[in-house]
Design a binder for this molecule. Structure first.
Ligand code: TNX
Length: 511
């Protein structure tokens, strides 16, 4: 174990150092705190411990393994200085970390930047639910030993059907990072709009960026905007996954460049919500030049390993052409140094070794992917689609896959979605928010919260530790906290039921 100095240290900070106040009558044990997602293991001690907190500032460590976690904490709890020590412990790999509370000191251990950031996110919740915002704090002694079930926990924002500004995307990043979501998939193009500047094909945004669903004016990210999003996400532990949906879902590109179209004519901009009517001309060399330029430019702006090629609902492409196209595009992505991801239909092509198949509608295709030795990302529309309505009274959202009340978003196991697919085959889970009916941050919050909490826990917490009744109580505490932060979480009847109302699901009011 390499020890690094106490980092949020106390020296040099002026304090009045009053004696510790009497502990409150009840200090909740660590395992009673409403942490979401629930850590893998919590060991409660017998005592509670008093932590002096100070108003002050600290210099984050120059070592990013620790410094980024410290910056995250400072961003969440400005001016709160705690007796907190970060130690790099090489055997805690991936997202794993431990936090030990005792003797007036908090010790955080991890071997990675990601693990330290996860620890910081847990600490923010521990401190909040222990009342640390008020100043000094009592916290029960004990140890949290935590690691994620899956390495990939994602949220997808469709910025194509409706465009969302850089500021809105940053707000989304802040919200999802708190629940240890570590990938933000941006659906950057579709029939209704092209949202990212490509310098070698400028009309994509000059023309294709102007429209959106409903005929309101769209928008796009300049490459500088996109970089700003990538950096903002990165410092909060989130990797951006760019998606350019092809060969279908391409009307915006076809309206900007007639050369991409089989008949050589530009299409009209499209502002409706139909799918499956557009296709790139898969027979043309210039189409592959186009794809290569787009992948190269976006890839150069994206430090993350993935490039999502879409590949869904290509009803206007002959299957033979679809296979040829997706095969070629996987090669282009790999040549540009990235790992392809595609919606589950891409499993009908010849999968490249590294391609990840994202299950949304077809468990059979996911099984084909597993058989071919490829990893699967779980986004079953009936559980994980945040654009599905909670019930028939939801003010926005669709319901073609299902109504998804909160317990339905919680009560599923990614390893039980397709016969034969186990955790070893699963890279992680992702919760997509398609934006046909979503126009602003308030809409995003309404459909995302509290369901994202359920999905974050599906992706993080060991299946054996997950329990709906227990989650419901923790989620209710978060609902209150979200609201206090101005985040308009949907008022789920599932959270309004009092704990004495037992577990009978038919006791719930309709959602
Ligand atoms: C299906 S899911 C789509 C999207 C729509 C979504 C609406 C998928 C790969 N394709 O084009 O926006 O349904 O829920």
């Amino acid at each position: 174990m390499r020890h690094l100095p106490i980092l949020l240290a106390l020296s040099g900070i002026l304090c009045t150092c009053a004696p510790a106040p009497e502990p409150p009558a009840e200090v909740p044990s660590l395992s009673e705190l409403p942490l979401v997602p629930l850590p893998a293991e919590i060991e409660d001690g017998n005592e509670s411990s008093y932590y002096e907190t100070y108003q002050g500032s600290v210099m984050p460590s120059p070592d990013p393994t620790i410094g980024d976690a410290q910056r995250y904490l400072l961003g969440q709890l400005p001016d709160l200085v705690l007796p907190l020590q970060f130690d790099i412990t090489d055997d805690l790999v991936g997202g794993a970390y431990t936090i030990h509370f005792g003797d007036g000191e908090i010790e955080v251990n991890s071997g990675t930047r990601e693990g330290m950031l996860n620890a910081a996110k847990t600490l923010v919740q521990v401190l909040h639910f222990s009342g640390a915002d008020a100043g000094a704090v009592y916290i029960s002694e004990g140890t949290i030993r935590d690691e994620p079930r899956y390495p990939y926990r994602g949220f997808m924002l469709d910025v194509a059907r409706h465009f969302f500004s850089v500021e809105e995307v940053k707000s989304v990043i802040d919200r999802i990072a708190a629940y240890k979501i570590n990938h933000l998939h941006l659906h950057l193009s579709d029939d209704q709009g092209w949202r990212i500047e490509i310098k070698s094909w400028p009309k994509l945004t000059e023309i294709g960026g102007q429209s959106e669903v409903g005929g309101t004016s769209g928008g796009f990210y300049t490459q500088e905007d996109y970089r700003e999003i990538v950096d903002y996400a990165g410092t909060r532990g989130i990797t951006i996954v760019p998606e350019i949906d092809m060969p279908g879902h391409t009307n915006a590109a076809l309206s900007a460049y007639p050369i991409l179209n089989a008949d050589g004519k530009a299409t009209e901009p499209y502002t409706g919500t139909r799918v499956g009517f557009s296709t790139l001309d898969t027979d043309q060399d210039s189409v592959y030049t186009f794809v290569d330029d787009v992948v190269r430019e976006i890839g150069a702006l994206s430090p993350g390993p993935y490039f999502h090629l879409g590949g869904d609902e290509s009803a206007a492409t002959d299957h033979e052409d679809y296979v040829k196209f997706v095969n070629e595009v996987q090669q282009i992505i790999q040549r540009n140094g990235k790992r392809p991801i595609g919606w589950d239909e891409v499993a009908t092509t010849q999968l490249a070794d590294s391609t990840v198949v994202q299950l949304w509608a077809h468990p059979d295709y996911a099984l084909d992917a597993k058989r071919a030795g490829n990893a699967v990302l779980m986004s079953p529309a009936t559980r994980a689609y945040l654009d599905m309505q909670y019930d028939s009274t939801s003010r926005i959202g669709l319901h073609w896959a299902a109504y998804i009340p909160l317990d339905s978003a919680y009560n599923w196991d990614p390893a039980a979605q397709a016969e034969g697919i186990t955790d070893d085959d699963i890279l992680g889970i992702e919760a997509p928010l398609w934006s046909e009916t979503v126009t602003n941050l308030e809409d995003i919050d309404y459909l995302t919260f509290p369901r994202l909490l359920a999905l974050a826990e599906v992706g993080w917490t060991p299946q054996a530790r997950r329990d709906w009744e227990q989650f419901r109580r923790r989620a209710a505490a978060h609902q209150e906290w979200l609201r206090a932060q101005g985040i308009g979480s949907y008022d789920s009847p599932r959270l309004r039921v009092t704990p004495s109302d037992t577990t009978a699901s038919d006791a719930f009011p309709t959602e």
